[in-house]
Write a protein that binds this ligand. Sequence first.
Ligand code: MG
Length: 159
Amino acid sequence: MQRIGIGYDIHRLAEGRKLFIGGVEIPHIKGLLGHSDADVLLHAVCDALLGAIAEADIGELFPNTDPRYQDISSVELLREVSLLVKKKNFSVQNIDAVVILEEPRLSPFKGEMRSRIASVLGIKTDCVNVKAKTNEGLGEIGHKDAAASFAVAIVSDGG
Ligand code: MG
C-alpha cells in the first residue's frame, strides 16, 4: 500500500547564523534561526515522511526544549526519521519539495540537496526533487526575513 504525507516549515533568517538548506551549507550573510540548524527543507521532508507513516510530528519527536537537539544538524533528524520509516516496514518512493526564499539563489545547490537527502534516505537521487522560488518580494519571506518549505513524500509497504 502506498501512503502520502505532507510537511511544511518556516524559519526566520538572522545574521550570525550559518545557512543550511537540504543538508547543504550555503554561503550567505544570514542563516536560519532555530534550536537545531533550522534546516527548513529537511524539517519539511521529515514531517512529510512522519505524516506518511502516521507518526508524531518533528516538534514532538525532537522538542526544541531538549538540549540533545541544540544546534544539531537536521541531517541527523532526517536519519532518525528514516530509521522510523524502515522500522514500520515502509520504504520511501519519492520526495518532492519546494523552498521559498528571496535570496540567495538556490539553483546551484539543488543537485547537492537532492543527493544529500537521497543518500540519507537510501534512495536514488532521481526519487528526490527540490524546487526553489522567491516570494516575489511579498511578506516576511519577500522581505528576506524568513524562508519556508513544503514537502510531500510517498512511502510504500510493498503490498
Ligand atoms: Mg523547523
